[in-house]
Write a protein that binds this ligand. Sequence first.
Ligand SMILES: [Ca+2]
Length: 109
Amino acid sequence: MAEEIEQAGFHPADTNGDGKVTKEEQELYLEFRRKELEDADAMRDAQRSMAWFALFGMLLYPAIVLIANIIGMDQAAKILGDMAAVYFVSVAAIVAAFFGAQAVGKAKK
Ligand SMILES: [Ca+2]
């Protein structure tokens, strides 16, 4: 922390630049950092649930086509079959992007 302050020339919490960190500035700074961490946490949760949702959709897709076929919705089964190629590529891209982003995030640390 001390090195960072020396490099930047000022303390990040010192918003009015007088070289001192008052109690209010300290509180504001900590509040800001806390919000940043909470946002990052919420983002990770959202990405994770999205990846799971996409994955389940991919796994259930053939079952849904089969069910549509069995209960006699031939038109629905045909449309789902036609959509499958585009759907699988899109979902694979989402899941790949998720794991790719995770790998990059880990490599940075
Ligand atoms: Ca100050």
